[in-house]
Design a protein around this ligand. Structure first.
Ligand SMILES: [Fe+2]
Ligand SMILES: [Fe+2]
Length: 136
């Protein structure tokens, strides 16, 4: 099985906001840690993914709060995308009890793809808005 490559953080990931960038970086580090760690134990893997989910929920809430407070016009559709993510990862965690063998690779690929796309494409859409309002 081909090993997943880590996510390489570059300036292009910057959404122009200090806290949001720090939180995104932490999420990326979480994913990279999961990719690197030789977890064969299903219980350990579940714990790691759960911690990752808890932290990412905190970030999503923070981001949604900030966008709502400043009346970002796409705030509600952005929140819906976040909800999709949370449900998807929760389902993965539930499913993993029944199908442990597919768990690790599938979840990690999903996390890596989802977050890379979400930061670079979806979150990046609010960057000009925050810049225009002078929110950094
Ligand atoms: Fe987002
Ligand atoms: Fe984000």
């Amino acid at each position: 099985m081909k090993k997943l490559e880590k996510i390489i953080w570059t300036e292009e990931f910057s959404v122009g906001h200090k806290q949001l960038n720090d939180q995104h970086l932490k999420i990326v580090s979480f994913i990279n840690e999961l990719i690197e760690s030789p977890i064969n134990d299903q219980v350990d893997a579940l714990k790691c993914i759960s911690r990752m989910l808890e932290y990412s929920k905190e970030h999503l809430e923070y981001e949604e709060g900030l966008l709502e407070r400043h009346n970002y016009p796409e705030a509600s559709s952005h929140s819906i995308i976040h909800q999709f993510y949370v449900r998807k990862v929760e389902n993965f965690l539930k499913m993993s009890f029944h199908e442990p063998h597919i768990f690790r690779t599938e979840v990690l690929s999903f996390l890596k793809e989802w977050w890379t796309y979400h930061i670079l494409e979806e979150d990046m859409k609010y960057r000009p808005f925050l810049e225009e309002k002078g929110i950094a």
